[in-house]
Design a protein around this ligand. Structure first.
Ligand code: FES
Length: 175
């Protein structure tokens, strides 16, 4: 639940995570301009990989904009992705810090083992694979978010170990 009494920028973030600070900073920067909503939704997508209801509600509060308008923009523009359909969600950060530390290898390993590409969901619906541009966790690059939990310093082997229980019959194992 978010605080309603807020003037611009004072809405309470869904969690203390640094990513929400980045979203709020974007909203503050563009808050009085016509494109503020689009810019803020872009930042959510870059930080989280997709837009879910929690994020859309937060954006509506931060910008003091009706939720219907936020949903309208999120569903109208093809470059926005709503929360993927998989039972579990794996977000691999492909921002600069994570890229340098091997994000590509993480994506390749997951793609190979789970037969899924970025933006796709496994055929059995167990996991969606998503990319984000920076999770605000560059200090622990390469970083991944597994069902909302940020985990850092990942290697293909450690990530596949994390995902093992998610995928069909535990077919994924350490490389
Ligand atoms: S670039 Fe990946 S967390 Fe910042």
């Amino acid at each position: 639940m978010y605080s309603m009494e807020t003037s611009f920028g004072q809405a309470q973030a869904p969690s203390a995570e640094k990513r929400w600070k980045i979203v709020e900073a974007t909203a503050r920067r563009h808050g009085r301009e016509a494109h503020a909503l689009i810019e803020t939704l872009h930042t959510v997508q870059e930080c989280f990989g997709y837009l879910d209801e929690t994020a859309l509600r937060y954006v509506a509060h931060v910008l003091s904009t009706p939720l219907s308008r936020v949903y309208g923009a999120a569903t109208f523009y093809h470059f926005f992705t709503l929360k993927p359909k998989g039972k579990h969600t794996c977000v691999v950060c492909t921002g600069t810090a994570c890229y340098v530390k091997g994000a590509d290898a993480l994506l390749a390993a997951v793609g190979r083992e789970a037969q899924v590409g970025p933006g796709e969901t496994t055929a059995d619906g167990r996991m969606s694979l998503v990319t984000a541009r920076c999770l605000g966790a560059c200090g622990i690059a390469p970083a991944v978010v597994l069902d909302g939990t940020v985990v850092g310093h990942q290697s293909p082997k450690s990530l596949l170990r994390e995902l093992k229980g998610w995928l069909d019959r535990g077919a994924v194992g350490p490389a």
